[in-house]
Design a binder for this molecule. Sequence first.
Ligand code: AMP
Length: 294
Amino acid sequence: MRVVGTFGEARRHLSGRVGLVPTMGFLHEGHLRLIEASVDRADTTVVTVFVNPLQFGDPDDLSRYPRDVERDTDLAAAAGADLLLAPTVADMYPSHPRTTVTVSEVADEMEGRYRPGHFDGVATVVTKLLAGVDPDLAFFGRKDAQQLAVVTTLASDLSFKVDVVGCPIVREQDGLALSSRNVRLGSEDRRRATAISRTLMGLADRIESGTSDVPSLLSDATEALHAVAGLELDYVELADARSAAPMRELVGGQFIAVAARIGDVRLIDAITIENGVVDRGVRLSRPSILYGGP
Ligand code: AMP
């Protein structure tokens, strides 16, 4: 696997069908499944590692974001990636970007309300990655369900030829969705965090057994999460998978997303629902590589 810093260098090493896996690094099994999905379907897999300052509203969250490019290089290579593109902030933004990308409506609710400007930062960097690498396929996790809707929308609106592929959520053994931020949870907070996936799995059970009363599903989940000491709930919401518009009925392709803060760590999680069938993601059968190397 080759490690490069710029789009120009990356483009010199692309051939055949190109798969792109954008990440902010500190890789875990969720990222590795995206890389493997790309290796399966593309001839050249490009993994990007870039902690994008444009998408962080909180400067402390940005400075505390875990980073280890050497570790990421080893893991991406072992998963079969061909190229790791790890630009510096100056490589990515040689000057303050005057052109930014806003995806209206899809980005407005949920994360849009709690993290103003976040999706502008995401949409701008993803647009640069799509323009700079020009992939045939781009792989994103369903954990960030609204982000997947934002990216799918921008790729279509801006006429990128790319096929945006959503991949299942990978969970730790106790159900907590893998996130690079999990390494910042102390043991007490780590225990509290399991309430998020437990609540989503409870909703999944009720939906699969035929419950369709969305207001009561959402209010029960809200109540359960409000009851967890030390957990500050931002929202529990049912939304359309493509438009990310909040919904009050179970129909077609949707997701239920949760966002909550535990101490100074903000976590999000989701389940995807397709005509009454719930995708809960997959669980690891052993502790994550986040906690002790590959
Ligand atoms: P991040 O590095 O957190 O920005 O994530 C990079 C990509 O990996 C995004 O498409 C995420 O949705 C995806 N991702 C992060 N965590 C998970 C997970 N637990 N399962 C599946 N995909 C994930």
